[in-house]
Write a protein that binds this ligand. Structure first.
Ligand code: NAD
Length: 475
């Protein structure tokens, strides 16, 4: 048993990341001290605060971890779950550092968490807890547009981000950049169009890119392209739902969807929006008319498929079920869904694993766009949309005159269109995910690295080293 393993022989979540980091470090020749600095969490804030719920005072446990200050502000989501603990939040903060570096988002990694079960607490009380947590962060200087910028994660969404912003503004009134203290806000509160679906869409772009590479597809015995690929998705929350919708729209076949209470299966494919409607109306995905129920939700991961997308929580693929996973490709939409032991088993089976530090970076990429929008105080496309449309109209007139041909109204509409915010955000995200994929793959090939995860870590660590080297070490 290694020094990183606990009594049961499993690794702590943070040790899992350290293990991945160490595998990558074999391909990097740099002073050991610098690697140790990159690995370590720079600041950990663990807090307990009281909140009056009904007639009782409840003590709430919460965290904010800033893993790396090599770039500021720090950035990372806030999760609400009874499983929240220091090890988990430290790990997720570290993942954020590596993720931001891969997609060239100039932030250090951070993460926050509150140990509550939002499903059993009224929204008034969630609001109280969120506002009190924000005021604790303000007191200790752990939040601000240039310091640390939270975002949504497991169990949180636009609603919580709005409360965080409002609390920040109340306590920092007059700060003209206050909107940039948090991302993932509703569009009416300074959010950016396209943020809600960004992580799921990024997952889609990343997997689509992989499926277009002949060499990769042939290595696992699949045809090129996404159309007709059989996909299983675990978790129908923000990330899983949007990823499932984009895969479905692009012609892939969603054969199973798994939630907490069980999974549903149809070999011919599930209609994702109909399943979502069924979930909304019944509070469960089970008993969907066009599918078979699978009572034990974990069993859905073990079904025959081309692509498996875990999009719920960490450590769902572990040494006890890894041997039974039959997918050819696993796309890590969730953070840390595969333990290091399982990773080794799956690697030996020759599966392609697209790692979380790349694949779910769509959320932070679009959060970066939101942050920039908030600091520039202007909506994307506002200044150039009409100008572009006028220039396009002039071009069209010239083309029609030269070619002596009239273009149809439908074609005209398409050609004349100036960029809207959603177009710019999505094209920025698509470009980021495509570039990220090829940078990782090129590095994997040139250094003969065994898998995409290690290659992604090497890419990321090299970029962080570059930052430290250019900055120097403050005495
Ligand atoms: P979410 O709370 O919106 O959704 C999570 C879903 O998983 C819920 O529907 C929940 O019921 C389901 N779930 C919980 N336990 C399950 C189980 N045992 N089996 C099947 N389903 C289960 O959370 P989210 O924002 O979609 O985040 C999901 C994952 O993606 C997390 O690991 C998160 O850290 C990661 N992530 C999220 C974002 C983002 O922008 N929201 C960005 C990057 C990474």
């Amino acid at each position: 048993m290694s020094k990183n393993q606990n009594k049961t022989g499993s690794y702590s979540f943070f040790n899992c990341i350290e293990k991945n980091f160490d595998k990558a470090a074999r391909f990097i020749s740099i002073e050991k001290g610098l690697l140790e600095q990159i690995k370590a969490c720079n600041s950990v804030y663990r807090m307990h605060f009281p909140v009056k719920i009904g007639k009782e005072i409840k003590v709430i446990e919460a965290y904010r971890v800033q893993h790396s200050h090599h770039k500021l502000p720090c950035k990372g989501g806030i999760r609400y779950s009874m499983k929240v603990n220091q090890d988990e939040i430290m790990t997720l903060a570290a993942l954020m550092t590596y993720k931001c570096a891969i997609v060239d988002v100039p932030f250090g990694g951070a993460k926050g968490g509150i140990k509550i079960d939002p499903q059993t607490i009224s929204s008034e009380n969630i609001e109280k807890i969120t506002r009190r947590y924000t005021s604790e962060l303000i007191k200790k200087n752990f939040i601000g547009p240039g310091i640390d910028v939270p975002a949504p994660d497991y169990g949180t969404g636009e609603r919580e981000m709005s409360w965080i912003f409002d609390t920040f503004l109340s306590l920092r009134s007059g700060d003209v950049d206050a909107l940039a203290c948090v991302t993932g806000k509703p569009v009416s509160q300074g959010g950016v169009r396209g943020r809600k679906e960004a992580t799921g869409l990024g997952v889609f772009y990343g997997i689509r890119e992989l499926c277009h590479v002949k060499e990769e597809m042939y290595s696992v015995g699949l045809d090129v392209g996404l159309v007709g690929k059989k996909i299983i998705i675990q978790g129908l929350g923000n990330v899983g739902y949007h990823a499932a919708s984009f895969f479905h729209e692009s012609g892939a076949i969603i054969i199973a969807l798994a939630e907490r209470e069980g999974a549903i299966y149809n070999e011919k494919g599930l209609n994702v929006s109909k399943v979502f409607l069924h979930l909304r109306n019944n509070g469960s995905i089970l008993n969907f008319p066009e599918a078979k129920n699978i009572e034990n939700t974990e069993k859905a991961l073990e079904l025959e498929c081309d692509i498996l997308i875990p999009a719920a929580l960490e450590n769902v693929i572990h040494k006890n079920n890894a041997n039974r996973i039959k997918a050819k490709i696993i796309g890590e939409a969730a953070n840390g869904p595969i333990t290091p032991e399982a990773d080794e088993i799956l690697d030996k089976k020759g599966m392609i694993i697209v790692p979380d530090i790349y694949l779910n970076a769509g959320g932070v990429t679009v959060s970066y766009f939101e942050w920039l929008k908030n600091l520039s105080h202007v909506r994307y496309g506002r200044m150039e949309k009409k100008f572009r449309e006028n220039v396009n109209a002039e071009f069209l007139k010239i083309i029609e005159t030269v070619c002596k041909k009239k273009i149809s109204i439908e074609e005209k509409k398409m050609i004349l269109r100036g960029p809207r915010e959603i177009d710019l955000v999505r094209s920025g995200l698509e470009d980021t995910m495509i570039n990220g994929f090829h940078k990782i793959r090129d590095l994997k090939k040139s250094l003969k690295i065994e898998n995409m995860r290690t290659a992604a870590f090497v890419l990321s660590i090299n970029k962080i080293i570059d930052s430290y080297e250019k900055l120097g070490i403050f005495p």
